[in-house]
Design a protein around this ligand. Structure first.
Ligand code: NAD
Ligand code: ZN
Length: 362
């Protein structure tokens, strides 16, 4: 058993509390990882608010981390102590019908099919003050040590800087993959990205790498525009600067609407605006943002009847275990610069300050 620090969410609506926890050794088929760095994704904020489905409290959140294998359970063969790894919030069991389908990345062992609040044997490896603490998405990266199933871990290049590639665990891979895999952005095309957080800016990177000719970045926080431009946005617009709905502004700017639009905020109104902003016949709109659980969207069906395609994405469509190591290699070859997404680096004890920066749009 390892004693270390972890950030525990005891109940919805409360700040995280950094506690000493006990982390049990990995059982058969499990891996214990020393987490070196973790990012904060808006999905963790959904967890703290209690608006993500099927999460059980008390819980150790965090799902965008990178670390080093500390020990392995019986039968583990794909990683060994000392390996650099990224824990996966979307597993790849390799056996379910989705894993066997080359078109799908949505392993049936994922949280939406079967809650990942306890490890597959239905027990937790975390305790704090004598209480059992739940895992989050099986990976709980807001802990100095965490235990995950072997199929929820990807071994990466030993040269990878963990404090940079932790973003590949969620935000970067999601945004970049939404453009490359889900939308399949074509060279010369026009794109619109709604929301310029870590995920939206990663969509901008993906559109640029895919060869889009025009990338229109949309946010109500104009402080995000300089970074968006640095990453490849050609135009930046703030919906609050216009009297007209933003979909009309985008349609006027582009003639017939954009070829690809992405909603990376998580609001029903911006999801509809993003859909209406793409070309009425050939446009593709990708929903990346997450709505609060229980919310619904109602649209004029004519938006789709004319031919538009409306898609969602989970983690950018990557089969995580097999694709993440390749993405990390592309990063090391400087195919893109995801380091620009990092705005602040804080010590673990200041995790709540990190959330305050996220809420403040910083
Ligand atoms: P973030 O909070 O860092 O960024 C959101 C951005 O949206 C901010 O820049 C904010 O100013 C902007 N925004 C808010 N309201 C707006 C409006 N009305 N119009 C225009 N811009 C507006 O969030 P993030 O970490 O980048 O995550 C974005 C979304 O993606 C979240 O909903 C998150 O849960 C979701 N997400 C989905 C997946 C997936 O697999 N589909 C993975 C990770 C994150
Ligand atoms: Zn995330």
């Amino acid at each position: 058993v390892i004693r270390c620090r972890a950030a525990v969410a005891w109940a919805p609506g409360k700040p995280l509390s950094v506690e000493e926890v006990e982390v049990a050794p990995p059982k058969a088929g499990e891996v214990r990882i020393k987490i070196v760095a973790t990012g904060i994704c808006h999905t963790d904020e959904h967890v703290l608010k209690g608006s993500l489905p099927n999460v059980e409290f008390p819980v150790i959140p965090g799902h965008e981390g990178a670390g080093i294998v500390e020990s392995i359970g019986e039968g583990v063969t794909s990683v060994k102590p000392g390996d650099k790894v990224i824990p996966l919030c979307l597993p790849q069991c390799g056996e379910c019908s989705f894993c066997l389908n080359p078109e799908s990345n949505f392993c049936q062992k994922s949280h939406i099919s079967e809650p990942q609040n306890l490890l597959p044997d239905k027990t937790s490896r975390f305790t704090c003050k004598g209480k059992q603490i739940h895992h989050f998405l099986w990976i709980s990266t807001f802990a100095e040590y965490t235990v995950v199933p072997e199929y929820s871990v990807a071994k990466i290049d030993a040269a990878a800087p963990l404090e940079k590639v932790c973003l590949f665990g969620c935000g970067f891979s999601t945004g970049y993959g939404a453009a490359i895999n889900t939308a399949k952005v074509k060279p010369g095309s026009t794109c619109a990205v709604f929301g310029l957080g870590g995920v939206g800016l990663s969509v901008v990177i993906g559109c640029k790498v895919a060869g889009a000719a025009r990338i229109i970045a949309v946010d109500i926080n104009k402080d995000k525009f300089a970074k968006a431009k640095e990453l490849g946005a050609t135009d930046c617009i703030n919906p609050r600067d216009f009297k007209k709905p933003i979909q009309e502004v985008l349609t006027e700017m582009t003639g017939q609407g954009v070829d690809y639009s992405f909603e990376v905020i998580g609001h029903a109104d911006t999801m509809i605006a993003a859909l209406a902003s793409c070309n009425m016949n050939t446009g593709v709109c990708v929903m990346v943002g997450e709505l609060d659980s229980g919310s619904e969207i109602s649209i004029d069906p004519m938006l789709l009847l004319t031919g538009r395609t409306w898609k969602g994405t989970m983690l950018g469509g990557w089969k995580m275990r097999e694709c993440l190591p390749k993405l990390v290699s592309s990063y090391l070859e400087k195919k893109f610069n995801s380091d620009l997404l990092i705005t602040h680096t804080l010590p673990f004890a200041k995790v709540n300050e990190g959330f305050e920066l996220l809420r403040a749009g910083k």
